[in-house]
Design a protein. Structure first.
Ligand SMILES: C[S@@+](CC[C@H](N)C(=O)[O-])C[C@H]1O[C@@H](n2cnc3c(N)ncnc32)[C@H](O)[C@@H]1O
Length: 230
């Protein structure tokens, strides 16, 4: 399962009326319809949520613009998050961290360097896994004060290896765990954590059940919510 789809394992009501932030937009035109950018755009339309898709690369940004229009932002993730308050007073309900590439093996490194090495070079960044983990952690630290009380963080290309965490979220996951966040679910290439206040995300609380009832009068009830495919 693509890691952005992990969000479909929580109740959709946690996203309704909130804000989804994706750091790392779709960059492959052939996969546009299957991309996380496309999926979150559709989800946010259905759930009346805001969506921002952020990318440092002008190329990825241009593609994201064709999907989300002016909610595609061309800057680095940390700068975006530090300026987030100027954009909206909403809090972030879903943070999807899928940006600075990690290298899986020698062949992957060769491929990445020829495809996107130059993009990183423009920022004076060297493609290294430790740098990826550092960049994602800086973004997470900038995002913490902006997160909704009940929220989720998804780290793509993140998994356990040799009793530790490996990948884009190698330092984000331990950082969040130390703050009381919990691993909620994982796919083969990503992991989703829930905020400390989100005790039983799959079983709505009394409060959210009541809100669901109210929404049920006004529109489709959330249990029948159909997540977009992608
Ligand atoms: C793997 S792609 C994202 C794929 C997309 N989420 C999807 O599933 O279709 C990673 C993207 O992150 C961008 N990126 C790398 N470092 C970044 C940073 N510090 N801030 C924002 N974007 C960054 C790259 O330019 C690239 O477009």
């Amino acid at each position: 399962m693509a890691s952005h789809l992990l969000v479909t394992t929580i109740a959709a009501e946690f996203i309704r009326g909130g804000c989804v932030v994706e750091i790392g937009s779709s960059r492959e035109i052939e996969r546009k319809e299957k991309s996380s950018t496309h999926f979150f755009k559709k989800t946010c339309e259905l759930l009346d949520s805001m969506f921002f898709s952020v990318d440092i690369s002008e190329k990825s940004h241009a593609l994201a613009q064709t999907i989300v229009g002016n909610q595609a932002v061309c800057t680095d993730g940390e700068t975006f998050l530090k300026n987030f308050r100027h954009l909206t007073r909403r809090r972030i309900s879903v943070l999807y961290l899928d940006n600075f590439d990690v290298i899986y093996n020698d062949q992957h490194e060769k491929d990445l360097r020829s495809r996107v090495g130059e993009e990183y070079g423009k920022w004076g960044w060297e493609l290294e896994n430790s740098k990826s983990a550092e960049v994602h952690l800086s973004q997470m630290k900038a995002a913490i004060p902006l997160m909704a009380q009940r929220s989720v963080v998804i780290c793509d290309d993140t998994m356990t290896k040799n009793d530790g965490w490996w990948g884009k979220g190698a330092t984000v996951v331990p950082y969040l765990l130390a703050q009381g966040w919990r691993v909620h679910s994982a796919s083969d290439i990503g992991v989703m954590l829930t905020s400390p206040r989100m005790k039983h995300p799959e079983t709505p609380s009394w409060f959210s059940r009541r809100r669901r009832y109210v929404w049920g009068l006004a529109g489709p009830s959330l249990p029948s919510f159909e997540w977009p495919t992608g």
